[in-house]
Design a protein around this ligand. Structure first.
Ligand SMILES: [Zn+2]
Ligand SMILES: [Zn+2]
Length: 317
């Protein structure tokens, strides 16, 4: 199975400002002129040597990921879903022969705002399935297509749309994936999921404040973290900011690392980046998190890989 990240920001889209882009270009031009790649004019090699924040960007779209197995399963409809829709339109969805599966963790705007701009939903012949534990699934999606919020009413959408309420903490087969939802710590009900395909286990832990850390506190939601190959974890804040933003529903990489050490998770991708954080600030957070990992790893036998999510990243699980 593969994970593709279509949107890695939390809360609200955070595109680069023209000033930030100009600054990035200036710094890259200066660095390139002083680099060993300058004589050969090998710009691609130069950029691949750069840190994400310098040579590229973490991206600005809100949360949306895709799991690729035999078919695809999309998780949440943040602004990143718009780009996934454009990709689908180049295939079967463009011919009105597509079938799309979208699992919704909850209905905060940053997880919903891409849905009215998901072009396949307007095309006759396409079939769109929405899944959620929350009984308000159908009401919440239909609300997006009401005036004055959006001009096209739900009844005018030409695709066939199905809503599926699925049970909590029980496995449901969705598009060939075994999906078991578990409750996360968030101000409104939010359901992460443990997703299994071909013997590989993925844990979706966004949006989550991580208030329950011990096994006892996690209780019936503990299996979300056990025997996991890749955990996608809400790390919107630095640990210091987490302490200032209690009950805001988001976590820090430190907590995710502690869970991963204890539960022997093989890889962790930190995401739902703070829209207030610039690329440079995220790069600084990476260094702080690195220091924390290096310090903690002396206390645990288990070691794991980890990285920050960025828009467009694709990872084999
Ligand atoms: Zn969110
Ligand atoms: Zn939320």
């Amino acid at each position: 199975m593969k994970l593709k990240i279509w949107g890695s920001r939390g809360s609200i889209p955070a595109p680069l400002t023209p000033k930030q882009l100009e600054q990035k270009i200036k710094e890259n031009l200066q660095a390139f002129c002083q680099s060993s790649h300058f004589p050969s004019k090998n710009t691609a090699a130069f950029l691949s040597d750069q840190k994400i924040a310098a040579g590229n960007s973490f991206g600005g779209n809100t949360t949306c990921v895709e799991l690729k197995g035999d078919k695809s399963l999309i998780i949440d409809g943040g602004s990143g879903l718009r780009l996934k829709g454009n990709e689908l339109m180049a295939g079967d969805c463009g011919k009105g022969k597509g079938e799309v599966h979208i699992y919704m963790t909850h209905f905060h705007w940053d997880h919903l705002m891409g849905i009215p701009f998901f072009v396949p939903i307007f095309i006759p012949g396409n079939i769109i399935h929405f899944y959620s534990v929350d009984p308000n699934l159908e009401t919440a999606i239909k609300l997006v297509f009401t005036k004055p919020y959006f001009p096209v009413p739900f009844a005018a959408l030409a695709s066939k749309i199905h809503f599926h309420q699925i049970p909590a903490r029980e496995a449901t087969n969705i598009a060939g994936f075994e999906v078991t939802p578990y409750k996360l710590d968030h101000p409104d009900p939010c359901w992460g999921a443990r997703i299994v395909f071909n013997g590989k286990h993925y844990a979706h832990v966004v949006d989550n404040e991580g208030k329950r850390v011990s096994r006892l506190e996690m209780g019936e939601d503990l299996p979300l973290y056990q025997n996991i190959d890749l955990m996608y974890f809400d790390a919107q804040y630095s640990f210091n900011d987490l302490l200032k933003n209690v009950d805001w529903g988001h976590c820090s990489a430190f907590i995710g690392m502690d869970i991963a050490f204890r539960e022997k998770i093989k890889k962790v991708v930190f995401t739902h980046h703070d829209p207030m954080a610039s690329d440079d600030q995220l790069q600084k957070m990476l260094i702080t998190d690195s220091d924390y990992y290096d310090q903690q790893k002396n206390h645990f036998e288990h070691k794991f890989e980890w990285q920050f999510a960025y828009d467009g990243l694709e990872i084999d699980i």
